[in-house]
Ligand binder design. Structure first.
Ligand code: HEM
Length: 410
């Protein structure tokens, strides 16, 4: 589509088909419903605004300067206008824009590069192996409870240099803060605020300790981060570390849980992966594409935006449907299929543009190590009941995966 075609708008949002994302029908098969709607139209209307569906429209608009992060409005919308959660949300990286955002990203990007993350590989492998070794053999267990939940928190604590004795309480606070997702914010607020206060105090202790004696952990790395005399303030550092915790927990947990849910229905693929652990990095990418833990991301239009003949008014909430775009043939041929030998795709599971996921290398590494280790250990894997899923909006995926396995010979 040419720039001229994109800028001439005769249609309105009312001309887009309607997608009911709150219905039982949608909840029962969200990926399939989004896929079907994307085949019909590049965008749809929903109860909250406009849903962008096609890979091309999302590629074109994701990082468009006419859009902005939802920011603090989701809080105000729910009547929350002050307090520690409000203050943190207002100033954390995802909601910053322009020069302030660029300055912080430049300071910390190096600490999250694939090379930097590789320095923590051994600690990550230790966490993976320890958790795998503790899984019950030949008896039912919940994969989320025993592996997908503890791994990201264990890895994050190991990387941040949290004392092993404090990991459990750190994990509890971090888990409480993840309840900050916009829905039901108000009723969860007291728990979230208590956890935030505790986390900020603990992070301050970590920072003070590393200021006295640097180590080979991420806090020391972030303290060293500076450019042209510019460095992070203590408040920026605390806000960032809490964001890393919160941003990396639910997302990575769901991504790990999706791996097992997917392979529980594909025993032959699981065996092939066990025989070919070198496939782990590309299979991790395919898992991220096929079942993105952040199914949709949000933006607001700052001004009227015309695209493909439709004018979307200023201040419209846009749901950027990663789930729909990742299944588009423009992203991956026969995108609705999981393929063990999928060539690289153009998935957008980590976002696009200036807010591209800071923890992408870390999340990829956790998936890769898991996909190298578990298939070699488990043979076969079996369902032991029904999986339970979080409502398929925003950050979502399997919350319970009852399964069992026998130990692989050799
Ligand atoms: C499978 C796991 C993960 C997925 C699917 C994921 C996805 C995303 C997405 C889509 C964004 C873009 C947000 C936006 O544009 O509004 C993002 C940003 C971010 N992610 Fe992740 N993420 C994952 C894991 C992690 C981990 C492990 C960490 C921490 C170590 C992390 C830290 C961040 C941070 C700090 C940002 C904000 C970057 C910025 O605004 O500049 N993420 N993530």
């Amino acid at each position: 589509m040419s720039a001229v075609e994109q800028s001439v708008g005769t249609g309105t949002v009312a001309d887009l088909p309607y997608l009911d994302m709150e219905s039982e029908d949608f909840f029962a098969a969200p990926y399939e419903r989004l896929d079907a709607m994307r085949r019909q139209s590049w965008a749809a209307r929903s109860a909250m605004g406009v849903v962008l569906l096609s890979h091309k429209a999302i590629q074109d608009l994701y990082a468009d300067p006419r859009l902005r992060q939802p920011g603090i409005e989701v809080f105000k919308f729910q009547g929350v206008t002050e307090g520690p959660a409000y203050d943190w949300w207002e100033t954390h990286l995802v909601h910053l824009e322009g020069q302030t955002h660029t300055r912080i990203r430049r300071l910390v990007a190096g600490a999250f590069s694939p090379k930097s993350v590789d320095r923590y590989r051994e600690r990550m492998r230790t966490q993976v192996r320890e958790l795998a070794a503790m899984l019950p053999v030949d008896e039912p267990f919940d994969f989320v409870e025993r592996y997908a939940d503890p791994l990201p928190i264990g890895v994050t604590c190991a990387i941040l240099g949290v004392d092993p004795a404090d990991v459990a309480k750190f994990g509890k606070w971090a888990g409480d803060v993840t309840r900050i997702a916009p829905t039901q914010l108000k009723e969860n607020l007291p728990v979230i605020e208590d956890a935030l206060r505790a986390l900020f105090d603990y992070v301050e202790y970590l920072v003070e300790r590393r200021r006295r004696e640097m180590g080979d952990d991420l806090v020391s790395e972030l303290l060293r981060s500076q450019e042209g005399g510019n460095r992070l303030s203590l408040d920026e550092l605390k806000s960032l570390i809490v964001l890393l915790l919160v941003g990396g927990l639910d997302t990575t947990r769901f991504a790990l849980a999706w791996c097992l849910v997917t392979f529980l229905d594909r025993p032959e693929d699981w065996d092939e992966l066990a025989a070919h652990p070198e496939l782990a990095p590309s299979v991790a990418e395919e898992m991220l594409r096929y079942r993105p833990a952040i199914m949709e991301n949000f933006r607001f239009t700052k001004v009227d935006v015309t695209y493909a003949g439709i004018t979307i008014p200023a201040n419209t909430l846009l749901s950027i449907s990663t789930a729909a775009a990742n299944w588009d043939d423009a992203c991956a041929a026969n995108g609705s299929e999981f393929q063990l030998h999928r060539p690289p795709s153009q998935h957008i599971s980590f976002g696009k543009g200036s807010h591209f996921c800071l923890g992408a290398s870390l999340a990829r590494a956790e998936l890769e190590e898991t996909l190298r280790t578990l298939p070699a250990l488990m043979n076969p894997i079996r369902w032991e009941g029904e999986a339970r899923y979080r409502i398929p909006r925003m950050i979502s995926g399997p919350e319970k995966v009852p399964m069992s396995f026998s130990r692989r010979a050799g």
